[in-house]
Design a protein around this ligand. Structure first.
Ligand code: HEM
Length: 399
């Protein structure tokens, strides 16, 4: 993928081949592959892949990068960088502009403000799981993990629910296509749908977040149509595939770890801790930033414009931060992870995501206390990228 020669400021002992989109190390297991990379490469190194960029596996350095937007900007969130990358409010903004929008959006994502959605999340979860009740098995991503987040998102953002399956087709197309032209086509179609939804809400607002944002006062004015489109599209990008992958990693773990599953089934009040623990163990996004000025950082020389990729999956499985880090353990005294990011851009949707995950795990264990990986299907090759994931998970239910 568009490998380049190292520029002069890169020291040869810091060059390691790593293609975050499709690296052979990730082919069997993402987290094992990233741990192998951390062992063989310096905590910060440069890869010629994808236009050439820095890769950071050291937890301290990742934390500094994500908490220092003056030196590491969010304006460019694509690797390789794209000049025509759309502005994503608030994720691709830096302070002070970022905070203005984040403050406006924050209140609609607070736990108390989304509490009313619990009944709808229960409804959709029951509906999706009821379709599996008498089945001997399922492909979990298709049957559950790619469906639930869409229904919930449509409720949250006020999309017409009778179009749920159409939207699922578009979202699936965008996230699963490997062909960039096809992905772009799906993205444009989603934008078209979003345009219609926002226009309709401007005429007659409802109780959903987009309606609230349409009516909100922002710096003494209303948000423009372009700003609303940008926020709406980011929520699509940020709030669907992420939840799908978190559900898939979580359920895959439960299928493999009988002791953990039994403990959780016997103690459903501990599901919120399980969600946190599974997010720690299986953090899957990667976070890009762009260097704003020439500097020395973490023992290397960086130039303004360099791209940096933070492997946040490695923070949760860092032995120094979480002893016996690969073990999924409900009884940990403390957990450190950046599954929802850290610093100023920490995930706004985390309370909604946790509500979805907690509801799924609770209901799933009620319905399927014993289930296992279906050995007749070869495990799917994991997917790299900005949101790393497992594209397929075949399960035997009622084992
Ligand atoms: C398990 C599910 C999720 C995970 C793992 C996740 C992860 C993340 C991460 C790592 C970031 C930080 C990005 C950065 O620093 O550049 C982020 C930001 C964000 N997330 Fe999530 N997310 C999840 C679900 C959601 C949902 C359901 C929504 C909304 C419906 C959402 C909305 C956002 C928004 C708006 C931001 C940008 C915040 C800002 O820039 O200030 N996320 N998310």
């Amino acid at each position: 993928m568009s490998a380049v020669a190292a520029p002069d400021h890169i020291s040869p002992d810091r060059i390691v081949e790593f293609d975050y989109l499709d690296d052979p190390r990730l082919a069997a297991d993402i987290h094992d592959g990233l741990l192998a990379l951390k062992t063989e490469a310096p905590g910060i190194f440069w890869t010629p892949a994808n236009g050439g960029h820095w890769v950071v596996s050291d937890s301290d350095l990742i934390s500094k990068i994500l908490k220092t937007p003056a030196l590491f900007s969010s304006k460019q969130l694509q690797i390789p960088p794209r000049d025509d990358a759309p502005r994503m409010i608030p994720e691709s903004l830096d302070p002070p502009e970022h905070l203005l929008y984040r403050r406006l959006m924050m209140e609609y994502f607070e736990r108390s403000r989304i509490a009313h959605l619990q009944a709808r999340v229960d409804h959709w979860t029951d509906l999706v799981l009821s379709e599996l009740k008498d089945k001997p098995g399922c492909e979990f991503v298709d049957a559950v993990a790619s469906r639930l987040p869409i229904y919930v998102f449509m409720e949250f953002a006020g999309f017409p629910l009778d179009r749920a399956e159409d939207f699922r087709g578009l979202v699936e197309g965008m996230f699963r296509s490997t062909d960039p032209i096809k992905r772009q086509e799906y993205a444009m179609r989603i934008m078209g749908e979003l345009q219609q939804v926002i226009s309709a809400k401007m005429e007659s607002p409802g109780e959903d977040i987009l309606s609230k944002l349409i009516q909100a006062d922002f710096q003494g004015r209303k948000l423009t149509f372009e700003e609303l489109m940008s926020i709406g599209f980011l929520m699509f990008i940020a709030g669907l595939d992420t939840v799908t992958n978190a559900m898939t990693f979580g359920i895959r773990h439960m299928a493999r770890d009988v002791d953990f599953r039994r403990k959780l089934t016997a103690n459903p009040e501990r599901v919120p801790e399980a969600v946190e623990e599974l997010m720690r163990r299986y953090t899957f996004p990667t976070l890009p930033r762009q260097v704003t000025e020439d500097m020395e950082f973490g023992g290397v020389t960086m130039k303004a414009g360099d791209m940096v990729l933070c492997l946040i999956a490695l923070v949760g499985i860092d032995e120094d931060l979480n002893p016996d880090a690969l073990k999924v353990d409900l009884d940990r005294d403390k957990r450190t992870h950046f599954g929802f990011g850290t610093g100023g851009h920490t995930c706004l949707g985390r309370h909604l995501a946790k509500m979805e995950l907690e509801t799924l795990y609770r209901r799933w264990l009620e319905d399927f206390p014993d289930f296992e990986i279906d050995p007749t299907h070869a495990p799917a090759t994991p997917r790299g990228g900005a949101v790393m994931g497992i594209p397929e998970l075949w399960l035997r239910l009622n084992a």
